[in-house]
Design a protein around this ligand. Structure first.
Ligand SMILES: C[S@@+](CC[C@H](N)C(=O)[O-])C[C@H]1O[C@@H](n2cnc3c(N)ncnc32)[C@H](O)[C@@H]1O
Length: 389
């Protein structure tokens, strides 16, 4: 059943406010920062403008294909995922659905955006192949190691303690995307974060319960997992999309981390849970978890003239292109001269390469004891010897 109806949910003002950060009123601004749409994502995604979203996190149906009820050794029934929304009549059917939503997501993803898709061994290999077929370019396959997994009660296989998160950009040629490397390092005690994340399942008070004390959503993800995803690959103010938002974990984390978000969920009961969850979040209380990437450290400038004055490079010394087809002579003021004229190492390099710009430090070489060495090595040495950072 399709609960979505465009005129009812997507008022132009709110939609614009979410997409353009231009709220029409304070009330609409609050809604605009995080909004869940009720409906089938295959219907709603095409309504969103092209290239409007910076980060997508998708936790799609896993197609678990549970064939029978599972009991613990004490004969209590395991509360598994047997929801209708997780069932597909065949692998072909599942693949076709996957292809459709992944294509629709690719259309709305900004050219500098990235997508995360989480899955288990039941579906992630199919999802990964389809992503590659559609042109997505995989950046990492993060292993979520569940530190408190459900045992394999029948003892016929290993305890399944991992899920995979595929992190991908839109295409191989996409140059820019957000990766907050320093923030991740900070989260990992100053060490580079690896692609294995040790995070417990969502349990205890974080797990939303229904009026009977049962799990309100069978696959609610832990906020710690989403915090890593959102902090690593988006910045404050960015728009995050979750096409299968369930209990609203992505949108809740986005709100705490000061990102805008759009969730899409076809089951109205889950939308209600997610909306209540969002409403209960006072984002002022979460400023301390909003880690931000420091601007890249800029090294203090060292010029060719300084190197010549300090005799790291000699006046009248010859510089060469890597293949020695071009050469130039160093002048006393640090400029160089050849048949192209007189200019900086960068300008003469660019003229020789016929390009807009050229990093002369990486273009020119000097000769020492019969071998060619990159000019930049002299600059590095000068910095080291003079304590220049
Ligand atoms: C794996 S759960 C996501 C759980 C979510 N990450 C959370 O933390 O609560 C998948 C969700 O997608 C919803 N769903 C399934 N097919 C959908 C579709 N075509 N469009 C929108 N939602 C869909 C299901 O109702 C379910 O809530």
């Amino acid at each position: 059943m399709n609960f979505y109806s465009a005129p009812k949910y997507l008022t132009i003002g709110i939609m614009q406010a979410i997409l353009e950060k231009s709220p029409c009123s304070q009330a609409e601004a609050d809604i605009a920062n995080s909004r869940i749409y009720t409906g089938n994502c295959l219907d709603i995604l095409p309504e969103l403008p092209e290239k409007s979203v910076k980060l997508i996190f998708a936790d799609p149906p896993y197609n678990l294909q549970l064939k029978q009820e599972l009991y613990r050794p004490n004969q209590t029934l395991v509360d598994g995922v047997d929801d209708i929304w997780d069932q597909f009549s065949s692998f072909e059917n599942y693949d076709e659905f996957t292809r459709q939503w992944l294509s629709a997501c690719r259309r709305v993803l900004a050219d500098d955006g990235t997508i995360w898709v989480i899955g288990s061994y039941h579906n992630i290999f199919r999802v990964g192949k389809i992503m590659m077929d559609l042109g997505y370019w995989i950046l990492n396959d993060v292993q979520w190691h569940k530190t408190n997994p459900m045992p394999n009660f029948r003892g016929v296989r290993f305890t399944n303690a991992t899920e995979t998160l595929i992190w991908a950009k839109k295409s191989e040629k996409q140059k820019k995307y957000t990766f907050n490397h320093q923030v991740m390092k900070q989260l990992n005690d100053g060490k580079q974060m690896t692609s294995v994340w040790h995070i417990p399942l969502c349990t205890g008070t974080e797990r939303i319960k229904d009026e009977h004390g049962k799990k309100a959503h069978s696959t609610q993800k832990p906020e710690a997992l989403l915090q890593r995803v959102v902090l690593s690959s988006s910045n404050e103010g960015d728009l995050v999309l979750d096409p299968f938002s369930g209990s609203g974990t992505t949108c809740a984390v986005a709100k705490k981390l000061n990102r805008r978000s759009i969730g899409i969920e076809q089951e109205p009961r889950y939308v209600e849970i997610a909306e209540n969850r969002l409403e209960s979040i006072n984002s002022d209380l979460f400023q301390d978890i909003r880690l931000t990437e420091p601007p890249p450290k800029r090294l203090q400038r060292v010029s060719m003239q300084q190197l010549v004055e300090a005799k790291y490079i000699q006046e009248k010394q010859c510089l060469y292109s890597k293949d020695k087809t071009h050469s130039a002579t160093v002048l006393s003021d640090g400029r160089i001269q050849n048949s192209m004229g007189i200019g900086s190492i960068h300008k003469i390099g660019a003229l020789l390469k016929n390009t807009e710009g050229c990093n002369g430090w990486m273009y020119w070489y000097y000769e020492e004891e019969g071998t060619l060495k990159l000019l930049d090595e002299k600059r590095i040495l000068y910095r080291e010897n003079n304590g220049i950072q």
